[in-house]
Design a protein around this ligand. Structure first.
Ligand SMILES: C[C@@H](O)[C@H](N)C(=O)O
Ligand SMILES: C[C@@H](O)[C@H](N)C(=O)O
Lengths: 164, 164
């Protein structure tokens, strides 16, 4: 598969809010995001996985500056579903490989994950779309991750700085 | 925020492989995807969240027809990390809202999740990018979900059928 990566980018100030043990029933995500929308919080990515136990892990990312507002909203969620475990991480960055024609992520994922592994960088979260593969990593490893992924795709030009 | 959704799409035959309790240390994702790449499996989305206990949930989607090949690869992963719990779901579809200028997903997410909630459709997984918000739902609710989300964004033209 011809991998056509046109660029690698780094978004530096990312904060993530994770809600673990959220009930996996219709209406929960709508309730959470109606509160987030009411508080006018700008959300970057939303990631959800589900677990065998019938609950889900739902997390979203915001710019670091919006974390306080997001924490207030999510505290309301906790009041509704006391069993849900909430955690925050305000030390993150997002490194992304962008390319058109990524009919499948297999080759891109393999190259990108290997580049981060060889640089001893842990991947905290992953999200993909047709044109982009993004990994959340710790902020202090951002520049190193950008260089490692950039090299993995043999891109000669300087990487673009801000989130594509 | 002016939400500019240009289309809603439905990808019908989606299968998801979920690996729960995966060690959250550098190199694990690279190892999994080197096996997936070797088996020439075409991966659609990759979603990972992490848990407080120091492990992660990593899942990926393939066309239903590739599930068998993916199961073989993932069985090797299980042999490496016996503590990891693997589950499959071959009854999924992916409904997506696509639009440019989605600087933030807040408004789109709220509308889409509310539309699915009102149609009593459960959201199994979520993944986003700048131009797209996707939800995995059960395959038999696909057409209903497409109509509900399409209506939520007041799109007059007929929805596009296959995954955008
Ligand atoms: C967890 C949450 O996404 C739930 N499954 C819902 O449909 O709202
Ligand atoms: C779980 C997996 O993504 C691991 N954190 C890694 O970096 O490979």
């Amino acid at each position: 598969e011809e991998i056509v990566i046109s660029g690698v980018s780094l978004k530096k100030d990312v904060a993530q809010i994770t809600m673990d043990h959220v009930p996996n029933t219709p209406g929960i995500a709508a309730d959470i995001f109606s509160r987030v929308a009411k508080a006018n919080i700008i959300v970057d990515d939303i990631i959800q996985t589900e677990h065998e136990s019938g609950c889900a892990t739902l997390s979203f990312t915001v710019d670091s500056g919006e974390l306080k507002a997001a924490q207030k909203v999510v505290a309301e969620v906790k009041a509704n579903w006391p069993g849900c475990k909430i955690s925050y991480d305000n030390e993150l960055a997002k490194v992304s490989a962008v390319g058109v024609g990524m009919r499948s992520h297999t080759g891109v994922a393999h190259s990108m994950f290997r580049a981060l592994a060889q640089a001893k960088i842990n991947i905290n979260a992953i999200t993909t779309s047709e044109i982009k593969l993004s990994c959340l990593i710790s902020r202090d490893q951002g520049p190193q991750a950008l260089r490692a992924v950039h090299k993995a795709f043999n891109l000669e030009s300087a990487p673009t700085r801000q989130g594509l």
